[in-house]
Ligand binder design. Structure first.
Ligand SMILES: [Zn+2]
Length: 371
């Protein structure tokens, strides 16, 4: 199931299979126009601005329905959630919901995104907050949405069955999920998502971070971090680097509350910086900025500093939240419904496509050592 071209991923547009650029927002220019225009029109697509870089088109993403190539991706979302459970894995209520309702809600949400042309979602729900790979695969198949999901544990929400494990044993579980499959299935994860307590990593956070570092080094995959504040982020980065992780395989999630200078400091060392409160009206969690202008200012600052390949954005919305009272203020359709046009106006269509699509593929490509 992991061989490209056999049972790989959900159906993609014909044009994508032929290796053509499918972003309708890109206007063909130069050589790309000569090569692709006729076929694109034939395939029913509007001309696109410029061919996405060949190196991005050739990258491989490990989705819950198998590997896909960058060239299969139309529109992408860098940090989203479908099912999330905030009860914690030791609460009897954890994962105890009417799954037909949860599935229906997630399929409906995925269909809305598909209607906007989104066909790649990087799902950030990891162990401890309700990761359910069977739900994700079901949604992927029903909606035709490619979903990449992570291994890794959220802060101290370690599943009880992992209690007493050593760091190496935990790392081995992460590696197994990245290279073989999850819970006896053939569903493989595509990256490692970790989280730090916002004021600084606790001992149990660091235990998980070290295991993540060991696994990421072995597999050559990306580590994505939940961390709004720079001081805590730097602490985690230090631990990861001690395990041999390179920052060019590191995504700093929730970066927007930190200063632009801090974003640039980590980007200069290879990190990808993520602004993921797009569509929020307020940020009661981290007290960071949420308005579009602030997000656009941050993206522009990164681009102007030469880090145009190291910035990604998303809404970090959650579709089905258990318990319902934990639902928070985000709208995943806002990214392509409204924000994309503002980003295009600010930075041009080519750069908007690069930030919204190409950079996501690059940042979340599967492990270099996964075959
Ligand atoms: Zn999230």
């Amino acid at each position: 199931m992991n061989q490209l071209g056999t049972q790989c991923g959900v159906p993609t547009p014909k044009a994508a299979e032929e290796g053509l650029v499918v972003s309708r927002r890109r206007l063909l220019g130069g050589a790309a126009a000569a090569v692709g225009a006729a076929t694109l029109v034939q395939a029913g697509f509007q001309p696109a601005l410029a061919a996405a870089p060949a190196e991005v088109q050739a990258l491989v993403l490990e989705t819950v329905t198998g590997p896909i190539k960058g060239s299969d991706v139309e529109r992408a979302m860098a940090h989203e959630h479908l099912y999330v459970d905030f009860n914690g894995p030791t609460d009897p209520a954890y994962m105890d919901v009417d799954w037909s309702v949860a599935l229906g809600a997630c399929v409906n949400a995925a269909n809305k995104l598909r209607a906007q042309g989104v066909n790649l979602m990087i799902e950030w729900t990891n162990l401890g907050v309700g990761r359910n790979v069977l739900l994700l695969r079901h949604v992927a198949r029903r909606a035709g949405l490619n979903i990449v999901c992570p291994t890794g544990i959220y802060k101290s929400l370690v599943p009880p069955e992992f209690a007493g494990m050593s760091i190496d044993e935990l790392a081995a579980i992460f590696v197994r999920e990245l290279t073989k499959g999850v819970n006896g299935t053939g569903i493989r994860v595509g990256f490692i998502k970790i989280a730090t307590t916002e004021t600084g990593a606790t001992e149990s956070d660091t235990f998980v971070h070290k295991a993540a570092g060991i696994a990421a080094k072995e597999v050559g995959c990306t580590i994505a971090l939940h961390s709004p504040h720079f001081a805590a982020t730097k602490g985690v980065v230090k631990v990861l680097e001690e395990e041999g992780v390179s920052l060019d395989r590191f995504v700093w999630g929730h970066a927007q509350p930190s200063k632009t200078e801090e974003h640039k400091e980590l980007a200069a060392r290879g990190a990808t910086v993520q602004y993921d409160a797009i569509s929020a009206h307020s940020d009661p969690f981290f007290h960071g900025p949420v308005d579009d202008e602030s997000m656009l200012d941050r993206i522009e600052a990164m681009v102007k500093a030469g880090f145009d390949k190291q910035v990604v954005v998303s809404t970090d919305a959650s579709v089905y939240v258990h318990p319902p009272k934990s639902q928070y203020d985000r709208t995943n359709t806002y990214l392509y419904g409204y924000f994309e046009a503002k980003l295009q106006k600010r930075l041009g269509e080519a750069m908007a496509a690069q930030v919204l699509r190409d950079n996501v593929i690059r940042a979340f490509r599967r492990g270099d050592k996964v075959t």
